[in-house]
Design a protein. Structure first.
Length: 194
């Protein structure tokens, strides 16, 4: 699997700008570290991390066109904020351009931006890795969240969503309802366990 990862890594480098590629490597290695910490498949986590933003540098109009051609639903919020489509389009690109057939990897890529209720282990690993990778430095509570990430995935997802919603609420514009629904799901799960 490492050889395949290296081959895909070289291919991907041509489609991302330098900063995005560095972020991608950070997410790949962070996803690998989380996979090892939680006893998850290292190769799958690293491949999901590598390809999570494979559609990020595609122009917005092209992302919308790819969704239309491939019958990928676009919400009103995604239409207003087409940068959000990179996750759904990324899953498509991972399948078609990088020959990923593993549905779990494709799903993790598709939900890594907004999350979704009842995420599986890989979904949570990728969602968290994208937020905490070493190149990130602007999110509030980052040191605390990085520590939490290696203690409990669900609690970390909830904290990331809480902080993300607080940040987005301080800005103008609509919030993707999936992010809000996902936060409520994880908040309620914690309340049930406590």
């Amino acid at each position: 699997m490492i050889k395949d990862l290296e081959k895909r890594q070289k291919k991907l480098q041509h489609y991302l700008d330098k900063g995005r590629y560095q972020h991608t490597l950070g997410v790949m290695y962070t996803a690998g570290a989380l996979a090892m910490a939680y006893g998850y498949d290292l190769d799958k986590a690293m491949l999901a991390g590598l390809l999570h933003d494979c559609a990020k540098c595609i122009p917005h109009d092209k992302k919308i066109e790819l969704c239309r051609k491939n019958h990928i639903e676009i919400t009103d919020v995604e239409r207003e904020n087409p940068f959000l489509l990179h996750a759904k389009v990324g899953a498509l690109i991972a399948r078609k351009k990088y020959d990923v057939e593993d549905e779990e990897i494709l799903h993790a890529i598709a939900v890594h931006t907004t999350g979704e209720p009842a995420m599986n282990t890989l979904d949570m690993i990728l969602f968290i890795a994208d937020y905490i990778e070493p190149g990130r430095d602007k999110a509030q509570n980052l040191p605390q969240i990085r520590e939490m990430a290696f203690q409990n995935l669900e609690n970390t997802v909830e904290k990331i969503l809480f902080d993300t919603l607080n940040f987005l609420n301080s800005k103008s514009g609509r919030i993707d309802p999936t992010t809000e629904i996902t936060y409520e799901y994880y908040k309620n799960r914690r309340n049930l366990i406590v």
